[in-house]
Design a protein around this ligand. Structure first.
Ligand SMILES: Cc1cc2nc3c(=O)[nH]c(=O)nc-3n(C[C@H](O)[C@H](O)[C@H](O)COP(=O)(O)OP(=O)(O)OC[C@H]3O[C@@H](n4cnc5c(N)ncnc54)[C@H](O)[C@@H]3O)c2cc1C
Length: 296
């Protein structure tokens, strides 16, 4: 196995163009497991760790440009206000050691349906900045996950950054696992209220071949909130609306039975998480959240 160590982003793109089968390695918390277990034996490893800009972020007016290798621990420490859903999801990833190494670029690269960043990214809304020597493109997150552990990257492309919409309202993340830490999700649910556009977005993890949004649930809820004037009057969401939202979220799942849980359990748990996280975020919105810009 050859180890390529580009010193700059341009060198990394050139190396990927020359060796499209080269496997990028950032934190290595997925790649090294695969190599150690002999699940993967790439001809080339492309080490991205000398490229400092991948571990940096910029907070813009409407979005955060998060470098692909920014570790979860930095998101938790520095971006809690701008990206609350992703910060909450980051808290649930593995252990401090893994959170210091692993990042969103690696989670997207692996594209496991159980990756914790995905539901938060889907709910917030974001675009993946993919680049090759041919140029740059922004891939909407809804188009990024193409199959089980598959993504929309071309063989010569690398992820440079992720452009994530800054929170304009409350966000939540909920995960079911067999214990509290160091656990891969049995299933997970992310929700983001967007008072500016009067919409709610969701993300479901580990309950379908890819991370997915519960689109019917979103459409139902958006219509119900609009019809009842909930965004203006801040009324408590009725149990009937919450129940239907949960049922539709549950229906968006297409899970399998595996060692971590049954399909039936996953569907059930996603419904429960959808109802709870809606309750939590709506309570936040009715309180402090409703003073947010655009919600008046
Ligand atoms: C003990 C343990 C516990 C874990 N627990 C969790 C958990 O609770 N939740 C969770 O979501 N994950 C968990 N993981 C998995 C892993 O930590 C995450 O997926 C993490 O986000 C991977 O990031 P990384 O930088 O280490 O990726 P790497 O291992 O370096 O790379 C992962 C994949 O992404 C590709 N890649 C990396 N960077 C780029 C780039 N810039 N452009 C294109 N492709 C790229 C790599 O080629 C590879 O295919 C765990 C792993 C371990 C070892």
């Amino acid at each position: 196995m050859d180890f390529l160590r580009p010193a700059s982003w341009e060198e990394a793109l050139a190396a990927k163009a020359e060796h499209p089968t080269a496997v990028p390695i950032a934190g290595g918390t997925d790649v090294m497991v695969e190599i150690n277990f002999d699940h993967r034996r790439p001809e080339y490893l492309l080490d991205l760790n000398r490229i400092g800009e991948l571990s940096e972020w910029e907070v813009g007016r409407r979005s955060v440009r998060l470098g692909a290798s920014v570790p979860y621990s930095a998101i938790m420490e520095h971006l809690r206000t701008e990206l609350p859903g992703l910060a909450l999801a980051s808290h649930t990833v593995a252990s401090p050691q893994i959170r210091n190494r692993g990042g969103v670029g690696g989670n997207l690269g692996t594209a496991s349906p159980a990756g914790d960043a995905h539901p938060a990214l889907l709910a917030a809304g974001c675009e993946v900045e993919a680049e090759s020597v041919r140029g740059t493109r922004l891939i909407p997150i809804d188009a990024f996950y193409t199959g089980v552990k598959r993504n929309a990257l071309e063989p010569d492309e690398l992820i440079r950054a992720v452009h994530i919409r800054k929170a304009d309202g409350p966000q939540q993340y909920s995960k079911v696992g067999t214990r509290n830490a160091m656990v891969i999700a049995v299933c997970a649910f992310g929700i983001a209220l967007h008072p500016e556009t009067r919409t709610v977005r969701t993300g479901i993890g580990s309950a379908a071949p890819t991370p997915v949004r519960a689109k019917e649930a979103e459409e139902f809820l958006n219509a119900a909130l609009e019809e009842g004037g909930f965004w203006e009057n801040g009324k408590i969401i009725t149990p009937a609306i919450a129940k239907q939202f949960a049922a539709l979220a549950s229906g968006a799942c297409n899970p399998i039975d595996d060692v971590r849980g049954t399909a039936k359990y996953r569907r059930h748990a996603v419904g429960i998480m959808a109802r709870r996280t809606l309750g939590w975020t709506w309570e936040q919105y009715r309180g402090a959240g409703r003073t947010l810009e655009g919600a008046a």
